[in-house]
Write a protein that binds this ligand. Structure first.
Ligand code: ADP
Ligand code: MG
Length: 260
């Protein structure tokens, strides 16, 4: 059960200033332990809402989510969550940023230091312990956020458009690094991305959500064996087939939204 996520008939309605927004409508999905699943869908279809519900930050209107064999109610401390916003604190050094979740959990100084060094090595940021975020590139800051999230060893990672702001080359480097971490550490990963190539390159399955209210419209299995080289997979016929199929599903949802 460790790492498994079961989403059962989840609806989300927001009421704000007297207006109701139906963000998600009967979303159900089983995510296996150690699986890497991506969600794609038009902007506003409830992708971040779904992540917030798995993380237990936002309550659902109907349905339930089971993670690690337990019903999510209240903050889910078994997930590492990288939100769309940059979670790195500008006034703390790299090592102090990575150590933050360990401080919250009362991990002792010596153990904390050792763990921080291990994590910085894992994301290839050895030697940057004392740097401040402003001294780092965008990609390096994302790696600090990754290290911070991995520091307390959650078996499940939620990544909401983690590499969206990076340039194309750097994105591929980060995708490869993510895949390496996923393979070595056997994490369950849920990724939200607007980049179809990214979704196909890294995932076992890609889920297409419809325009708001978000419903599961299509699930594409990506049967490309691992380990994968995120650059080379783009030239495989399986990649092209998956891209065509996903683009057909997604593009019709995007144009539907436009005509409203
Ligand atoms: N706290 C909130 N209150 C009211 N409406 C919200 C709130 N959060 C999100 N929404 C609305 O719910 C819908 C889905 O939002 P979101 O989950 O952020 O979509 P996505 O991440 O797919 O772009 C949008 O219409 C958004 O405006
Ligand atoms: Mg979002």
């Amino acid at each position: 059960m460790q790492g498994a996520i079961t989403i059962e008939g989840v609806d989300k309605r927001y009421i704000s200033r007297g207006r109701e927004t139906v963000a998600l409508d009967s979303v159900s999905l089983n995510i296996q332990p150690g699986e890497l699943v991506s969600f794609v869908g038009p902007s506003g279809c409830g992708k971040s809402t779904l992540m917030n519900m798995i993380a237990g930050i936002v309550p659902m209107t109907n349905g339930r989510i089971i993670h690690n064999g337990k019903k999510v109610s209240g903050i889910n401390r078994d997930v590492g969550y990288m939100t769309q916003a940059d979670s790195v604190l500008p006034w703390r050094t790299v090592e102090k940023n990575v150590a933050l979740p360990l401080e919250y959990r009362g991990v002792r100084t010596q153990e904390r230091k050792q763990r921080v060094d291990e994590m910085l090595k894992l994301v290839e940021l050895e030697g940057f312990n004392k740097s401040f975020p402003r001294e780092l590139s965008g990609g390096m800051r994302k790696r600090v956020a990754l290290a911070q999230m991995l520091a307390y060893s959650p078996n499940t990672l939620l990544l909401d458009e983690p590499f969206g702001a990076l340039d194309a080359q750097l994105k591929m480097v980060m995708q490869q690094q993510l895949l390496n971490i996923w393979r070595e550490q056997k994490k369950t990963i849920v990724l939200v991305t607007h980049d179809l190539s990214e979704a196909i390159a890294v995932s076992n399955r890609v889920v297409v959500l419809s325009g708001r209210p978000g419903r599961i419209k299509h699930i594409e299995n990506i049967d490309i064996p691992h380990p994968r080289d995120v650059f080379k997979v783009r030239f495989l016929p399986e990649f092209e087939r998956a891209y065509d199929s996903l683009w057909e599903q997604l593009s019709s949802e995007i144009t539907k939204g436009e005509s409203l």
